[in-house]
Design a protein around this ligand. Structure first.
Ligand code: C2O
Length: 487
């Protein structure tokens, strides 16, 4: 693969050198055969359950264990220590907007480099937990004598995450998104990067948040990196992003506020602070690591042509405009609550003609449900399934029902918000919100002839996470909107 230096201004390039290591620098600065080799042979991130099934002492698992032990042995004041890595997340993590992807990508890259340095295993690549093919916390995390064990968790070794969070049809819908906003969450609405009110969507809202809640214990809080399963969960999220972007040829946003966002909360393997712009992270999976395919069980073969070399590089660098424009929009503004065991149904007055013509609108027109002005639930042992025109939906309604539209979950930590105040955020629980792409569900309903009414009924069904009772828990929100979204 040949790379061209034009992507970065010289200044950005120098600023970001550290990320890629000397081989890549030499390559960019003129190219060299052995550097090329090094990129070709970059470490491969693999499926941890498969590694374990083949060999309980696979070198990747052994190095991961040794790295955790070595990090725990460092003084907690060292940002490379187990505690130090966790505290970066606790105090600085970015969620509920589209910067969560590059922020956590940088996190993993430096975590992986720290693992290599502390263990001397230079070929180490962080493994991922494919929660689609293996919805239970992988086996290596359950050996009580292993540094990968962590207690307490809210689940046992055999409990499985719900198919409405990690099932193939739900994840396939997310991978089918062509809008970055709907795949990755939307932009932060203000310069306060942590306070997006209605922004969470797709990969973040459903499997990301849902798995944090499913595992429970520390994983349900911003201290989640205390549980070694955290890094393998994020590695899977990162793999899905890479798959969506690189294999399925979907463009990231080219919004300069995203591309130029400087991620500077991390340290390298020597403990030196680093700063990486979000735009640079789009190249990580083609320069510094690669993935063994993390595709879904029975995923439909992607139709995208395979880009390589310069073509791929140009595509990744260019991104695409990613504004979502809403209208017409049909909404109610009133306080609505849904509780575990008490689903809520809200009728929206709609123009069925507008919805039906949007269904013919091609790949850049979607129908999007916004659950907005939501109070972050004080207890989050549940997730929410969304049904359309199915007012009798309950927790027992199967997600194979044609009225099922998607689901979303929560990831938040009140007790961490003090740390985030330094980053300009208030410590009060934020208003939040979720975007659910309901296009394919409305398509099904339209084909069944049940989309002609001027009422659309939206039913939200809070469902307890496995092994959690969640009695009385629920969501209260102030705005519900069904809208045509164009991008
Ligand atoms: Cu910042 Cu999934 O955590």
């Amino acid at each position: 693969m040949e790379l061209d230096l034009g992507f970065f201004s010289r200044r950005d390039f120098l600023k970001n050198l550290a990320v890629f290591g000397t081989a890549n620098v030499a390559l960019w600065a003129g190219g060299c055969e052995s550097c090329n080799q090094q990129i070709q042979n970059r470490p491969t991130r693999k499926n941890i359950q498969e590694l374990w099934d083949n060999n309980h002492s696979d070198p990747v698992i052994t190095t991961y264990k040794n790295a955790v032990t070595a990090m725990k042995a460092l003084p907690s004041s060292d940002p490379r220590s187990w505690q130090g890595q966790m505290e970066i997340h606790l105090n600085k993590c970015i969620h509920r907007n589209w910067l969560w992807l590059p922020w956590h990508r940088v996190y993993l890259v430096y975590f992986e480099r720290i693992c290599r340095k502390l263990t001397g295993d230079d070929s180490f690549a962080l493994p991922y937990w494919n929660w689609n093919t293996h919805p239970a916390v992988p086996d290596p995390f359950w050996d009580t004598s292993s540094p990968l064990f962590h207690s307490p968790r809210g689940v046992t070794q055999t409990d499985q995450a719900d198919p409405s969070i990690v099932g193939t049809s739900v994840l396939q819908n997310i991978l089918n998104e062509t809008s970055f906003n709907l795949f990755a969450s939307g932009p932060p609405p203000t310069s306060d990067l942590h306070a997006g009110p209605d922004a969470t969507s797709g990969l973040e809202a459903t499997p990301h948040n849902g798995i944090h809640g499913f595992v429970g214990g520390d994983m349900a809080s911003f201290s989640s990196p205390l549980d070694p399963v955290f890094y393998t969960h994020h590695c899977m999220c990162d793999c899905m992003w890479a798959h969506w972007n690189i294999d399925l040829n979907n463009a990231n946003t080219n919004d300069p506020a995203w591309a130029n966002f400087a991620i500077n909360d991390f340290v390298d393997e020597s403990g030196n602070p680093v700063s990486v712009n979000a735009a640079v992270t789009v190249l990580f999976p083609i320069l510094t690591y690669q993935y063994e395919p993390c595709s879904l069980a029975q995923e439909q073969a992607p139709k995208a042509p395979k880009l390589t070399g310069k073509e791929l590089e140009a595509f990744l660098k260019a991104g695409a405009p990613s504004k979502l424009e809403f209208g017409p929009r049909f909404e109610v503004r009133q306080s609505i609550s849904a509780e575990v065991g008490k689903p809520s149904t809200t009728a929206l007055t709609v123009d069925p003609g507008a919805l039906m013509s949007a269904l013919q609108g091609g790949p850049h027109t979607r129908l999007v449900l916004t659950v907005g002005d939501a109070q972050m639930p004080p207890k989050r042992d549940f997730f929410v399934r969304v049904f359309l025109n199915k007012p009798d939906a309950t927790g027992d309604t199967p997600i194979e029902d044609p009225h099922f539209a998607g689901s979303f979950a929560f990831f938040f930590d009140e007790s961490a918000m003090k740390g985030h105040e330094a980053a300009g955020e208030t410590s009060a629980a934020p208003l939040t919100g979720f975007l659910v792409d309901v296009t394919s569900t409305l398509q099904k309903l339209n084909q069944a002839g049940s989309l002609s009414s001027n009422q659309a009924q939206v039913t939200l069904v809070p469902v307890p996470q496995v092994r959690r009772e969640a009695a009385g828990e629920g969501l209260t929100f102030g705005r519900l909107e069904l809208a045509v979204a164009r991008f």
